[in-house]
Design a protein around this ligand. Structure first.
Ligand SMILES: *[C@@H]1O[C@H](CO)[C@@H](O)[C@H](O)[C@H]1NC(C)=O
Length: 471
């Protein structure tokens, strides 16, 4: 036994050394035109936007909800372990068609100012919410905050005011810019192949430049995390700091260490958090159970897209299931899927409505296909190091745990790494206060280090923050 262990151990270390990645150059990032030909004439102006869904669309939705087919009963005692319980789904559909009031919800979604602007051929929708600093001396930092799948800007409704309201103990506050991903909600979808997260990073950097900001903070989870990581890697001169609630270091160099950790966890992860990674078997099976959707969306997005987008029932069941098990894996054993522990049915349906009224499910699913192309996976882009200051907010029920030591290969300037007490994958939506506090703390730290460096007259203080970290 010990012999085998030693052999695996030595081999793994050998492989780890072999895969060590050297410095890489930022790849060529062309400003591709992604839209239809007619958008060649589109102006560069920033147009105010508000959601105004025609009554006919809502009537048509209600008609479909009313004329739905009988649902197949779930198995006895299965709860949500075979997927979303159709017993519970029936209640949701009933609520949607009789109690959910779109005109009220639309008014709420229009509460914060929204805009549309054409970038690289695509109309990009975004919230832009400025703080009121008229009677203060507060600094205002632009914060680009990016959602993922199967979410939308609906996820940010509760955190926006927390970020744009001044705090007594902070000398800064944020202006929030929250765009819809291309092909999601009200942002137009590409008409040609290849719009993967790195290309979205280029579009959103251009959005910030168009708004007049060449220095800003970025925040994201899910795809949003991948995109803000790319923006930080490609455009370090523009990014003051990068906050992620789903830090992923997909470095080849870290793979063997994960194996080594299965034998000696303490070499890879602090003992307190070892159970978030090991035993590998338990965590691998959770990942397999939760990522079937990813395989199909990465390989046949238009097939699953047509199926899911065909009916509001299909769309709701496919999306709602994720808001149960990604919020907490234990919720699948409950008859109600724990759905209302962290969310209201209204806000869950708001998110589904954005996919329904814009018919954007298929284009949202295609992002997986673009990410998993050979061209993308072979590009080495995901291995580019990020040198700007980074914070990782680690929520306990996130799908995969990345230990700090392995993330340092990717994030060379990781200055904050907090384990939050509650929450899962949809941090902004579930735990807006915890996430907002974590963002404020991070930006405080970055700004204090910057001030100190400036005081010491350090060259490049703007770019490199190499303070010994407090982690
Ligand atoms: C929906 O809300 C609006 C605005 O509050 C109200 O005027 C309308 O009567 C409501 N509709 C239904 C069906 O309750």
């Amino acid at each position: 036994m010990w012999k085998t262990t030693t052999v695996i151990f030595v081999l793994a270390i050998g492989i780890a050394l072999l895969f060590r990645t050297g410095p890489k150059d930022v790849p060529d990032l062309p400003e591709t035109f992604w839209g239809p030909e007619r958008n060649k004439e589109a102006s560069k102006e920033i147009r105010p936007f508000s959601i105004a869904v025609p009554k006919s669309v809502i009537d048509d939705l209600n008609e479909r909800l009313k004329n739905r087919r009988e649902l197949v009963e779930p198995l006895e005692d299965a709860a949500w372990t075979y997927g979303m319980s159709t017993t519970y789904l029936k209640d949701v559909l009933e609520y949607w068609s009789t109690k959910y009031n779109w005109s009220e919800r639309q008014a709420l979604l229009n509460k914060y100012p929204q805009y549309m602007t054409n970038i690289q051929g695509l109309d990009i929708h975004f919230y832009r919410v400025k703080p009121d600093v008229s009677r203060t001396k507060l600094k205002v930092f632009p914060l680009l905050i990016i959602h993922g799948w199967p979410g939308s800007v609906v996820e940010f409704q509760k955190i926006i005011p927390l970020l744009t309201t001044p705090r007594p103990d902070k000398d800064f506050v944020f202006e929030v810019i929250a765009p819809s991903l291309p092909g999601y909600g009200f942002s137009q979808a590409a008409v040609r192949q290849g719009l993967a997260p790195p290309q979205i990073a280029v579009i959103f950097k251009n959005l910030m430049l168009r708004l007049g900001y060449d220095k800003f903070y970025v925040q994201g989870g899910d795809w949003g995390s991948a995109i803000v990581t790319h923006i930080s890697a490609f455009f370090p001169d523009n990014v003051l700091g990068c906050h992620s609630n789903m830090c992923m270091g997909v470095m080849k160099s870290s793979m063997p260490w994960r194996m080594i950790g299965a034998l000696v966890p303490s070499l890879v992860v602090e003992s307190e958090y070892a159970n978030r990674m090991y035993p590998l078997g338990y965590h691998m099976s959770r990942i397999i159970e939760e990522t079937g959707y990813m395989h199909i969306q990465a390989s046949k997005p238009d097939t699953i897209g047509a199926a899911v987008a065909a009916s509001p029932v299909a769309l709701a069941v496919y999306i709602l299931e994720k808001f149960s098990t990604w919020t907490n894996p234990e919720y699948r054993f409950r008859a109600d899927g724990g759905l209302l522990e962290k969310y209201t049915l209204d806000e869950l349906l708001d998110n589904i409505m954005l996919y329904w009224i814009t018919n954007s499910f298929t284009t949202s699913a295609r992002l997986y296909a673009e990410q998993f192309t050979k061209a993308h996976m072979g590009s080495g882009i995901d291995e580019l190091p990020v040198d700007v200051p980074v914070a990782c907010a680690v929520f306990p029920y996130e799908l995969a745990y990345q230990p700090k030591n392995l993330l340092r290969d990717k994030f060379t300037n990781l200055i904050q790494f907090n384990h939050l007490p509650r929450g899962g994958h949809f941090a902004a939506f579930e735990e807006p206060v915890l996430l907002a506090d974590d963002i404020f703390d991070f930006v405080s730290t970055v700004e204090n280090i910057r001030k100190k460096n400036n005081a010491k007259n350090m060259p490049n203080a703007e770019k490199k923050i190499k303070e010994p970290t407090k982690i």
